[in-house]
Write a protein that binds this ligand. Structure first.
Ligand code: FMN
Length: 311
């Protein structure tokens, strides 16, 4: 079964939940363009999430979901809100959502956690989740250690639920590769930052367009909070301090509010410009619908070419 059949969407694509970026309006735009939009509840308070859900419902009659970051202090309340609001799909990041799974399943919610490794995928499948998003370290934002290429087939071999690939997918070749690795679809982040509808500051978008393949780095690997961002002054200072042995509290002064500075103020020097390694292949700002259609037609072209060339 392809992801679109599982979710009731036109395309087998999910927009990754992106804290401070994926508002109700953006999620609705994604769903209206044919993929599954997600409200990124990461940087929100519970009341804000309720409000964004209302906005999303008013702008689309297509399915959409909510991404809950489990380290959010309001996660328990958010877990109840998605039930009250009859959200069809919930994805989770940064941890193990096991304690919420029974109530979500009882409410008919499709539960799809993000996993960075096989061990967590197996544990969550045993807890009853419907699918897993295997996210490689190429991704923008919080990352694990494994690459998408190595992770997706190992998760697909280890579990008997659908696997969605995330990390490093920005065109039809990437989507076809995800299918080849055993995924039923893909979750996208970085390439959607360069959409017309994405509400980030234009400086942030310009930085994505300007980025080359090796222009991202990971801060916080030593501190235990690895986050992939574009290299800038903040990243350089953070990494220098991190290498020098600065503790978590000292490092936090660089990251506190830094995503918001990038997203809302367009501060590309001290802001945290979360982006994945595919930033180097994103060259223009396009409407969401064009991004999705090109990805689908590119995947078909890729398959035709592979069939022609053989193995
Ligand atoms: C700016 C940004 C913010 C993100 N925030 C979140 C988040 O709040 N929750 C989450 O589960 N994933 C988050 N992610 C990861 C995405 O949901 C997605 O899995 C990832 O971007 C896919 O890899 P790609 O960037 O190579 O497309 C974020 C990614 C980016 C680029």
């Amino acid at each position: 079964m392809r992801l679109n059949q599982l979710l009731g969407t036109e395309f087998p694509l999910i927009q990754g939940g992106m804290a401070n970026i994926a508002t109700g309006k953006f999620a609705a735009a994604v769903s209206n363009a044919g993929a599954l939009g997600l409200i990124g509840a990461g940087g929100m308070k519970a009341d804000q999430l309720r409000e964004e859900i209302r906005i999303c419902k008013s702008l689309t009659d297509k399915p959409f979901g909510v991404n809950i970051m489990l380290m959010n202090p309001d996660a328990d309340e958010m877990a109840r809100i998605v039930i009250d609001e009859q959200i069809p799909v919930v994805t989770t990041g940064a941890g193990n959502p096991g304690k919420y799974v029974p109530a979500w399943k009882a409410a008919g919610i499709k539960v799809i956690p993000v996993v960075p490794a096989v061990v967590l995928a197996k544990r969550l499948v045993a807890a009853g989740v419907d699918a897993v998003i295997a996210e490689g370290t190429e991704s923008g934002g919080h990352v694990g250690e494994m690459t998408t290429m190595a992770l997706v087939p190992q998760v697909a071999d280890a579990v008997d639920v659908p696997v969605i690939a995330a990390g490093g997918i920005a065109d039809g070749r990437g989507l076809m590769a995800a299918f080849a690795l055993g995924a039923v679809g893909a979750q996208l982040g970085t390439c959607l930052l360069a959409s017309e509808e994405c509400p980030i500051h234009e400086n942030y978008k310009a930085a994505i367009l300007k980025a080359a393949d090796s222009d991202t780095t990971v801060t916080g690997r030593i501190a235990g909070v690895p986050v992939r961002i574009l290299k800038n002054r903040m990243a350089r200072q953070y990494l220098k301090q991190e290498k020098a042995g600065a503790d978590k509290m000292e490092l936090e002064k660089y990251t506190l509010g830094s995503l918001r500075r990038a997203v809302f103020d367009g501060d590309v020097d001290t802001g945290s410009l979360m982006a994945g390694q595919v930033a180097g292949m994103v060259h223009e700002i396009r409407p969401l619908r064009a991004i999705f259609e090109d990805m689908m037609s590119g995947a078909k072209d890729c398959l035709a070419r592979l069939n022609e060339e053989g193995v």
